[in-house]
Each structure stands twice: as C-alpha cells, then as structure tokens.
Design a protein around this ligand. Structure first.
Ligand code: ASP
Ligand code: MG
Length: 450
C-alpha cells in the first residue's frame, strides 16, 4: 500500500478476482507507526512536532491521490475532490486528538486506538474512491460499522454475534455486484467507540470477515511470496513454502514469521477456509496455501527465530518431591500479568522465556522469596516447526548435530509435536539458524517455489 502504483496493483487484483470479493486494507506503509509517534510526541513533547507529523501524513496521502488520479487508467476524475475532503477531515480530527492528548498530558489506550485507526480510515476510503475512478463499482465500508468488538482498547476481541449480523450488510453489497472495500485493524465497541485488534491486525480483520461471510478463501496480499522456510533477510536460501497446515502456520506466526498476524488462522480453522499468502509484486507466484491437511514433504517445514528474549531460571532445592512449587511460580507471573512463551522444567528448576520488553523487577523480587533466580538477557528463541517431528526418526539428532557448535540455554518440545525450540545467545542466533536450514533444506525446491 506504499504508492499509487501499489494501489493500482491492489485494485487490479481485487477487480480480477470477480464479484463477491471483499477487500480489507491496511494503512499505507509507515502510517500507523507515524500516527503512534505523533500521539506519543503530543503526550511527552512538543505539540508542534506532533502536528508536523500529522501534516506529513496528510501530505503523503494527498500526493498518493494526485498521482493515482493522474494514471492513464483513470476514467472518472470526480472522486479526487471527495478524497481531498476526506483527508482534510481526518487530519483535522487527528489534530484535535493530538491537542487533547497534549493538553491532558495523557495517552490512554482508548485515545491511542482513536489515533492509530486513522491510517485505515484514510486508506480504505481513498482506495474505494480510486477503485471507482478506474471503473470498479466499489463501495466503502466503515469498519466501525461492521467490526464490532470488546472494549479492550489496543487488543479488542471481536464480538462474533454482532459481526455476523453486520457482515450481512456487506454481503448485500456484493450480491448486488458491488465491491466492498473496508479498513482492517480497527472496529468499534458496543458504545461505538473506536477500538483496534492490535498491531498487524488487518490480516485478522480479513479472516474474521471471511468467517462471518462463509468465504470460500481468504487471501492475504503482502510484499513477500508467502511464508518462508526462514526469514529470507538472514537466510538467503530460504524459500516460500507451498503448503502449510493451519496449526503449522499458526505456530510459525507466533514464533516470529511477521508475514501473518498470529490470530489470522483461528477464524479460518473454524469453517475450514483455506488461507493464501500472496505477493502483490508477484501475483502469479502461488505463494503459500494454508489449509487443514496440507501435504508435508519434510517433517521440518520452517525454522523461525526471535531475538532479544529473556530467559528466567528458577531453582529450588525444595522443588524436589514437592508439590505446588510450579503453581507458586506461575501465580507470581499471573499476578504481574507477565506472559510466558516457553517453559522447560527439571526436578529442581524451571526455565521460562519472556519478551524482552517485559518488566521483570517485581516478578524477580517475589520469585526470590521462594527460590534462587537467574535472569539471562539477549537470548534468541529458535523454533523448528513441522508435523510429527518427534515421530520422524532422526529429526532431533539432526537438529542437535547442526547446533553442536552453539551453547544451548534451553530446550523445549511443544506438546503438539509441531514445535521444537531451543534458546541460544543472540549473537549465535543467525549462524545457528543457517546451520539448521542447511541441514533440513539442503536442496532448493523446484523453480516455482524459489
Ligand atoms: N496498520 C496496522 C499496523 O500497522 C494494521 C496492519 O497493518 O495490519 O499495525
Ligand atoms: Mg500486515
């Protein structure tokens, strides 16, 4: 969603996919980050600077629109003014929000949602106008009218009953040959206040709408050709995976693959709707197809990794033959609302990983009352994701052979047999992933997947 050319590509894809297609769009690239920066600047710093960021967002969208309306394919220029007005209205709304935040010196999750939703409120409306300008009978759907959610600002949960009910209105448009275009990421709660589903939530919006409408497919169009065997920025030999099962894809999304919002798969599973991850820059590439019983050509499907995590090890001599120790440890994490990703235990110790941004002081203090505690920062989590990995002979042996050179802080095998994870030092992460990738994917696949 970066420029006029990208918008044209998106509309070509939507237009070509035929009547009944519903398009859910994210904000233009970088806009959500800029909006959040503006809000934070308004709270802590200068209002002028915050307003400068806001003006920049306005300019960016104005430029985009004027270059779109200059495209030779545009047959109807009447929407250009409507776009100008929409941009002006939303930027002035944004400025009002910023003034409020600055005056109160306070940025609540509720205010942040109002601000960060502006990216999609802009892009979806403008894209619908651009569609009309090139002859696609589009209709803009305000996600606030359809995506009804709880009031947990910043991570609102969809209200499925309300969503199913409202989605019928969207279906009505497509039944009449129109192309609904709607913003992802945001919605509104029962009182009509704007909410968001969390960063990267446009994918999730799309699959929720897909579920509500009983769609035959959910396509996530992004800037890479599907989900990869590993992050191609670090692993040059990584390649796009042809097919993944729902659980493999969900696991991959949770453990580092940024391509897909982790919650995207969940609604698809419910009605067994296939999810395609495809590339707007390379629409002919098949990308990745995610469905219930995907074919696996190797037990290990991908190697995901996440740097900058923290490992906490809790050691208690009293854990030996004692009951209730694990419960006590987890109660402390629960009390401080710290979410634990990975756990491994022995008779006398327990190791857990948490995100590096987590505030651990209070947790550490309480843990030290019942056991001795060690904290290791700058760690990296590497996960092998696949199917029946432990049942396939030799997977673990191969993995640990590949990792022989690297000190391992922690090992955990997911109970679902779909994830084998190790924790190493940050500085060894990429090398370790390269070694694993060479071991499990020694050959490049046939050209179509390359
Ligand atoms: N624009 C939102 C974000 O940057 C949602 C999305 O892109 O999926 O988080
Ligand atoms: Mg995204």
């Amino acid at each position: 969603m970066a420029d006029a050319q990208a918008w044209k590509r998106v509309l070509d894809i939507a237009g070509a996919s035929g009547a009944g297609t519903i398009t859910v769009v994210s904000a233009t690239s970088g806009t959500t980050n800029s909006l959040i920066l503006a809000a934070e600047t308004a709270r802590t710093g200068s209002l002028k600077e915050a307003q400068r960021i806001s003006a920049e967002i306005g300019d960016k969208h104005r430029k985009l629109i004027s270059s779109f309306f200059a495209l030779p394919e545009v047959t109807d220029r009447s929407g250009s003014q409507t776009c100008e007005q929409h941009i002006a209205a939303l930027i002035s709304l944004l400025d009002n929000y910023l003034l409020g935040i600055h005056t109160l010196g306070e940025l609540s999750p509720k205010s942040l949602d109002a601000v960060s939703s502006i990216g999609e409120r802009l892009s979806s409306f403008l894209l619908a106008e651009c569609a009309k300008a090139i002859g696609i009978p589009a209709v803009w759907i305000d996600a606030a009218e359809v995506m009804k959610t709880s009031s947990e600002y910043g991570k609102a949960a969809p209200d499925m009953d309300a969503l199913f009910e409202r989605a019928r209105r969207v279906a009505h448009h497509s039944a009449n040959g129109r192309y609904p275009i709607m913003g992802g990421f945001y919605g509104s709660d029962a009182s009509g206040t704007i909410t968001t589903l969390g960063r990267g939530g446009s994918d999730y919006s799309a699959s929720l709408i897909g579920l509500a409408l009983g769609a035959s497919a959910i396509e996530i169009w992004t800037d890479v050709s599907g989900m990869y065997t590993s992050d191609p920025r670090f692993v040059p030999r990584a390649f796009s995976i042809k097919e993944l099962s729902f659980s493999e894809a969900a696991e991959l999304a949770y453990f580092g693959a940024k391509v897909l919002h982790p919650a995207t798969i969940q609604p698809a599973v419910e009605k067994n709707i296939p999810v395609y991850v495809k590339n707007t820059f390379e629409p002919e590439h098949p990308g990745t197809r995610i469905f219930s019983d995907a074919d696996a050509d190797s037990p290990v499907r991908a190697i995901a990794f996440k740097k900058d995590i923290t490992v906490i090890t809790v050691i208690s001599s009293r854990m030996l033959l004692a009951w209730g120790f694990l419960a006590k440890v987890f109660a402390i994490f629960e009390k401080h609302q710290v979410s634990v990703d990975l756990v491994s235990t022995s008779e006398v110790s327990i190791s857990m990983t948490v995100d590096k941004k987590t505030r651990l002081d209070a947790v550490q203090k309480e843990l030290e009352d019942i056991a001795s505690v060690k904290i290791y920062h700058n760690q990296a989590l590497i996960s092998l994701v696949g199917k029946n990995m432990m049942q396939s002979k030799g997977v673990a042996a191969k993995a640990f052979d590949a990792l022989a050179e690297f000190p391992i802080r922690m090992i955990s095998q997911g109970s679902s047999d779909i994830n084998l994870s190790v924790v190493v030092e940050n500085e060894h992460a990429v090398e370790a992933v390269l070694a694993l990738h060479d071991t499990f994917f020694p050959n490049l696949p046939s050209p179509v997947n390359a």
